[in-house]
Design a protein around this ligand. Structure first.
Ligand code: SF4
Ligand code: SF4
Length: 212
């Protein structure tokens, strides 16, 4: 079995949201729902020295993330209907809409907050790695859309070989050991040191504010 995953170059990402919008367009999502999210993370402080000099220690960076098609997907284990499936050929995790009974337990179980519950249909859905495109030999839509080439998608071992300095988590993502995410990140200097920051576009991420 192959195992596909994503690589995200945090040093390149400008937070432009093109990946989010390309995915929303391809998946025909409404204004407030998204399968690939971009969070803005800010922290640090300004300090004033004895001589009145202001020194900036503030930072900001962006994290583009979608489903990590985990080795141990909490969403799969949590679904009472067996609607969340890890594909044996690709390792991609998807939700079968014909089987989903609307329990919403996958939404609660995923530490990355990936599955989205749709009130209109009373079903959950999420990033499936554009499995239809992958089957046709194409990359996921988000990858091709990024103007900064900050996203890559391939077999995870191929990505690991190409990016030996990548890590599996930066703030505010959870630690990478819970579900075995197939995600690699090249951390920016700010992200490598970040500890006191906060997400500042929480309304967008919560679906309370439109992405565009
Ligand atoms: S990131 Fe969340 S939704 Fe995706 S496979 Fe892992 S646990 Fe499931
Ligand atoms: S399209 Fe690329 S640069 Fe823009 S937010 Fe997404 S990953 Fe970052």
């Amino acid at each position: 079995m192959a195992q596909y995953g994503f690589y995200f170059d945090n040093t390149r990402c400008t937070g432009c949201r093109t990946c989010t919008m390309a995915c929303k367009d391809y998946k025909d999502l409404d204004q407030k729902h998204a399968f690939r999210n971009v969070c803005d993370y800010e922290g640090g402080e300004l300090t004033v020295g004895d001589d009145g000099t202001v020194v900036s220690g503030v930072y900001m960076y962006h994290v583009s993330s979608a489903c990590n098609h985990c080795d141990n997907p909490a969403c799969v284990a949590a679904c009472p209907a067996g609607a969340v499936v890890k594909d044996e050929e690709t390792g991609l995790v998807y939700i079968n809409p014909e089987v989903c009974g609307g329990a919403g337990t996958c939404v609660e179980a995923c530490p990355y907050g990936v599955p989205v519950f749709f009130e209109e249909t009373q079903k959950a859905s999420k990033c499936d790695g554009c499995r239809d495109r992958v089957a046709a030999g194409l990359k996921p839509v988000c990858v091709g859309s990024c103007p900064l080439r900050a996203l890559e998608f391939d077999e995870i071992e191929t990505l690991r070989s190409a990016h030996p300095d990548a890590v599996d988590s930066i703030a505010p993502l959870p630690a990478g050991d819970a579900t075995g995410p197939n995600l690699l990140i090249l951390a920016s200097p700010a992200a490598a040191d970040a500890s006191d920051g906060a997400v500042t576009n929480t309304k967008q991420l919560a679906g309370e504010e439109a992405w565009a």
